[in-house]
Write a protein that binds this ligand. Structure first.
Ligand SMILES: NC(=O)c1ccc[n+]([C@@H]2O[C@H](COP(=O)([O-])OP(=O)(O)OC[C@H]3O[C@@H](n4cnc5c(N)ncnc54)[C@H](O)[C@@H]3O)[C@@H](O)[C@H]2O)c1
Length: 427
């Protein structure tokens, strides 16, 4: 894979396919048995298409080129936000359809040295608090002023902990350019009186803009040091927009695949954090690998059933993309939700998640505990609690109503999944 991969990467295919179509088709057929819906199978990116008719004069050429150059702003600068800025910044330098500079909005903090985080990022080119030791790229400009950061952008990348998004959206109403495209890398949802609201929907409703999503088996620190991984872009209808996002994020070590299923991709990214808490409890109780694998399988099944009950458009195939099974695996093996849940179980549930989060994560935020509560609210509101014993149990353990060992006590309330999946067809 290590040697094969760069040959099939969309950025690489660009340069080869235009000059040697036979190479492209041979390599494509060689690799196809190994890939389900890899990004190289998609329609060629705009840069590969035949050039349009020559412009009438130099002025229109410059003017039209400038109007097609996209400016990107990353809203958020935590661990994943900083890695996203690094990925994007490496591509905007190479791709002519993007402006080199990547603006990154920073929730301003004063560091123990007395300096502002933004000043340190701009001086050292490193986010010393959330991603120490990694250069972001000189074209990443940290900006503590949210309005200023988004003003000129026509592509917005949202990547903050989900609990801050409602406030951020309120501040951005009327401040973003018309026709701006957004993508959310945020895992989590808001639960309102009317029901659950995905973060991409919140962005679309509050700002009146289209919003895609990018999720996947993406532990930020591993991508920061350029270890190979994959991600999934979920888009609504416009394939060209999806391909633009794929171009912006793809690197030889980060392979991005578009799928037309925003809700499915986003729910995968959101719900897997609840499964990761369950896996962490299992680790804390030292129950071993079989138990953990069982929990992951049951969790994935509940993720699919829950997603399909909420949105009948959700596709089964999405759960086989990076955002589905791969993200469940990586989060249950290595993520922060698993780690803190393990500590919670080791302490017999006597130290709260808030306390452990503050002690273990140095300002980073846990998403799983709030997502478990939000999912529980949806389940109880809709009368589905008994259909989702793993999701329900995780929340009840988090709030201390059940002991961590309850994570494997399912025998008495075995759910009728046939019912769940069957009704998903008609819901
Ligand atoms: N870290 C990962 O490995 C990873 C991977 C994939 C997806 N994600 C998702 O990305 C999103 C962002 O996570 P992250 O890892 O970049 O962040 P993080 O948890 O590392 O950092 C928290 C961020 O929140 C900011 N913040 C604190 N208080 C705030 C406030 N009141 N308003 C706005 N911002 C505030 C902090 O400045 C910091 O930038 C989350 O939804 C997470 O689930 C994270």
């Amino acid at each position: 894979m290590r040697f094969l991969f760069p040959l099939y990467h969309p950025l690489f295919c660009f340069s080869y396919s235009s000059s040697s179509p036979s190479f492209f088709s041979i390599s494509r057929s060689l690799l196809s048995p190994f890939l389900s819906s890899s990004s190289f199978l998609m329609a060629p990116p705009a840069a590969m298409e035949a050039p349009e008719a020559a412009p009438r004069n130099a002025f229109t050429n410059v003017a039209s080129a400038a109007s097609h150059i996209s400016r990107v702003t990353v809203v958020g600068s935590g661990n994943w936000g900083s890695v996203a800025a690094k990925l994007i910044a490496s591509n905007t330098l190479k791709l002519p359809s993007f402006h080199d500079e990547v603006r990154m909005w920073v929730f301003e903090e004063t560091l123990p040295t007395g300096e502002k985080l933004t000043d340190v990022i701009n001086r050292t080119n490193e986010n010393v608090k959330y991603l120490p030791g990694i250069k972001l790229g000189k074209n990443v400009i940290a900006d503590p002023d949210l309005d200023n950061a988004v003003r000129d952008a026509n592509m917005l990348v949202f990547v903050t902990p989900h609990q801050f998004m409602e406030g951020i959206c309120k501040r951005l109403v009327g401040k973003v350019k018309e026709g701006v495209e957004a993508i959310s890398l945020i895992k989590g949802m808001e639960v309102k009186m009317e029901g659950p609201c995905m973060i991409s929907t919140l962005i679309t409703e509050q700002l009146g803009i289209n919003c895609s999503v990018l999720m996947g088996a993406n532990i930020a620190n591993e991508i920061a040091v350029e270890k190979f991984s994959e991600a999934t872009v979920g888009y609504r209808t416009n394939r060209e927009i999806a391909e633009k996002w794929v171009q912006l994020f793809s690197t030889p070590y980060f392979m991005v695949t578009p799928v037309q299923d925003v809700e499915g991709v986003e729910l995968c990214g959101t719900l897997k954090n609840v499964v990761a808490l369950a896996a962490g409890f299992v680790d804390g109780l030292e129950m071993g690998n079989n138990t953990k694998a069982a929990i992951m399988r049951i969790g994935l099944r509940e993720m699919r059933a829950f997603s399909k009950l909420l949105f009948s458009s959700v596709k089964d195939s999405t759960f086989f993309e990076s955002c589905g099974v791969a993200d469940v695996i990586t989060t249950c093996l290595g993520g922060r939700n698993r780690k803190v849940a393990e500590a919670f179980a080791k302490n017999g549930g006597k130290r709260s998640f808030d306390e452990l989060e503050a002690e273990m994560l140095q300002g980073q935020k846990l998403q799983g505990v709030s997502t478990a509560r939000e999912v529980y609210e949806v389940l109880s509101h809709r009368g589905w609690l008994e259909l989702f014993p793993l999701f329900a149990t995780v929340h009840e353990i988090c709030i201390g109503r059940l002991p961590p060992s309850a994570i494997v006590e399912y025998s008495e309330h075995k759910p009728n999944f046939a019912l769940v999946e069957g009704s998903a067809e008609y819901y």
